[in-house]
Design a binder for this molecule. Structure first.
Ligand code: SF4
Length: 220
């Protein structure tokens, strides 16, 4: 573990003229909760000032931490299947930003990933979101992303929130986490595959179709 260095990395450091690259460099250099992480901080995100779709997940798992590529795991494979996207389309950072609720791998307890660090989203999501004015839709994947971005607008359960996806349109789209561990959840909630996924593909396709470099809507 590394010691915390919160005094040197805060959004308050940013000047009005900070470039996107400078903001990303500050994010990548963050050590705010280093003392609570099992490894030296390795913020994992993909972002660009031209992105139109923002994907907010939980936090990197071990495999993602090791490779440095978000959603580079079985959960990512299922998410791409839900979206009807190839890896190439999914990782087109000019159009799709990926910013988890916690940017660094938080470690595991008894084989389960720990929650995202609570310091992270309040620190980095506002400046990153402000630096991506072209975002038209944010996918909120899992309870942690929904808790941070929806707050009291969430339903009583994750299923309630996802089932009420229309209430969060057109800006946000809540989804369950596509972890293989959630297979039983998918079986217990067949409306998700039957009703929500087609709507998700249609919405994502519409958002990306108005961009200037791709045809993701044709792949759904
Ligand atoms: S989890 Fe977030 S707040 Fe903590 S060190 Fe990584 S980037 Fe910084």
């Amino acid at each position: 573990m590394r010691s915390s260095n919160s005094s040197s990395i805060t959004p308050a450091d940013s000047g009005a003229t900070e470039t996107f690259a400078e903001l990303l460099a500050r994010v990548q250099a963050c050590t705010v909760c280093a003392a609570q992480l099992p490894h030296p901080p390795r913020p994992i995100l993909r972002a660009s000032p031209t992105a139109r779709l923002l994907i907010v997940g939980q936090a990197p798992g071990r495999r993602v931490h090791e490779t440095g590529i978000p959603w580079n795991d079985p959960s990512g494979d299922l998410l791409r299947q839900w979206l009807g996207m190839t890896r190439e389309q999914f990782y087109d950072v000019a159009r799709i930003a990926i910013v988890p609720t916690g940017l660094c791998y938080p470690g595991t307890v008894k084989g389960s990933d720990l929650p995202p660090r609570p310091e992270c989203a309040p620190l980095w999501h506002p400046p990153l979101r402000a630096a991506m004015p072209g975002i038209r839709l944010t996918l909120l994947i899992g309870a942690y992303a929904q808790a941070y971005h929806l707050g009291k607008r969430r339903g009583r359960t994750l299923a309630d929130t996802v089932h009420a996806w229309r209430d969060f349109a057109p800006d946000s789209f809540p989804l369950p986490h596509p972890s293989p561990r959630n297979r039983q959840w998918f079986k217990r909630h067949p409306w998700f595959e039957q009703e929500v996924l087609p709507a998700l593909r249609e919405r994502v396709g519409a958002v990306l179709a108005t961009g200037d470099n791709g045809n993701v809507n044709n792949q759904a």
